[in-house]
Design a binder for this molecule. Structure first.
Ligand SMILES: C[S@@+](CC[C@H](N)C(=O)[O-])C[C@H]1O[C@@H](n2cnc3c(N)ncnc32)[C@H](O)[C@@H]1O
Length: 323
């Protein structure tokens, strides 16, 4: 007998007992029973786990970041991809524009590119990138992530795909070492970060490290939540839809801080201060509730300030927003 049938049987017996002895508890019983049914149903398991892990489960303030991430994601690692499609918007578009730019830059070389996805989680980006830039056409692809349960999901995903040039590095974005490369300085063609820049505690050293990793025309792609500052930093190239109003700026910063996610403008400002913008999109994610919910997010593609990439002269906003 399936779990659902057990739930119905037990529920029916309990219901009969309550009706016989005390019908006033009927409402409470019904609520608990419906909740139990939802918990047992496969269809509702993923969203309920997501709601519990994101909004109800205490994360703890004093533990180190690795333990905090492990505890946050351990219950939801298996349902992670199924629950993030609508929340983490812009990843697909970021991969598409990044792949297009990468292809342009690799036209005059026989060398295969090397890609590092920092805070890559379950490996969703790498699997999707295959639609735009086949993984076999990379020399090496690295997924760096500090969270063991998510790294395990990524490892089995890549094993199932049979990709022998993809490596999972379960380490901190600040200090990771890339296997199979002796000196990584100036060797990386592409670095991406989707929804991880806002989650990494020590972001200054990570952004500085990316600068040293990238080869002269190397690319850096980001998709993430953000809020603008009250005063726009004069170093950044302001694009359409960038500004956020007072409520948006404060509400979303406070909301995400419960999950140790920082939307403070300093992160994006520092990236745009250190790199040149090639392409950019500022959007609002109406997650589940149109108009009322407007989470600011951005897709950004940049390169080193010293880059001689010709496409910089044609720098423009991302128009065809896919996801
Ligand atoms: C919201 S998830 C995004 C995962 C993935 N990039 C995606 O788009 O689905 C943020 C990721 O950043 C990782 N992360 C947070 N801090 C990190 C750090 N210091 N070093 C490496 N990864 C980190 C988390 O473990 C998590 O997988």
């Amino acid at each position: 007998m399936s779990l659902n049938r057990y739930a119905i049987l037990i529920g029916a017996i309990a219901f009969a007992i309550i009706l016989i002895f005390d019908p006033q508890y009927l409402k409470i019983f019904l609520v608990i029973f419906i909740f139990a049914l939802l918990l047992m149903s496969e269809q509702f398991k993923a969203p309920l786990k997501f709601i519990y892990s994101c909004f109800l489960k205490p994360i703890g303030n004093n533990v180190d970041q690795r333990s905090r991430l492990d505890s946050f994601y351990e219950d939801q690692a298996e349902v992670y991809d199924a629950t993030r499609g609508r929340l983490l918007r812009g990843r697909y578009t970021m991969l598409k524009v990044t792949a297009e730019q990468l292809r342009k830059q690799m036209t005059n070389t026989s060398r295969k590119p090397i890609w590092v996805d920092i805070g890559g989680g379950t490996g969703w980006n790498i699997e999707k990138m295959n639609d735009f830039f086949p993984i076999e056409q990379f020399d090496k692809v690295y997924l760096v992530d500090l969270c063991t349960p998510l790294c395990k999901v990524a490892e089995s995903r890549f094993k199932a795909k049979g990709w022998s040039n993809v490596y999972v590095v379960c380490d901190d974005a600040v200090s990771f070492k890339l296997p199979k490369i002796e000196i990584d300085t100036g060797k990386i063609d592409l670095v991406t970060m989707s929804y991880s820049l806002s989650m990494i505690d020590k972001y200054y050293p990570v952004i500085d490290r990316i600068k040293t990793l990238l080869c002269p025309n190397g690319l850096f792609g980001i998709a993430d939540f953000y809020v603008s500052g009250r005063v726009i930093d004069s170093n950044i190239q302001v694009q359409k839809g960038y500004n956020c109003n007072w409520f948006t700026r404060w509400f979303w910063q406070i909301w995400f801080e419960f999950d140790h996610i920082s939307l403070h403008p300093s992160r994006r400002n520092y990236v745009e201060y250190q790199f040149n913008t090639i392409k950019c999109f500022n959007g609002r994610n109406h997650f589940l509730i149109p108009y009322l919910v407007q989470i600011p997010y951005y897709i950004w593609l940049g390169t080193l300030k010293s880059s001689v990439s010709t496409s910089l002269e044609n720098s423009f906003e991302i128009l065809d927003h896919l996801d």
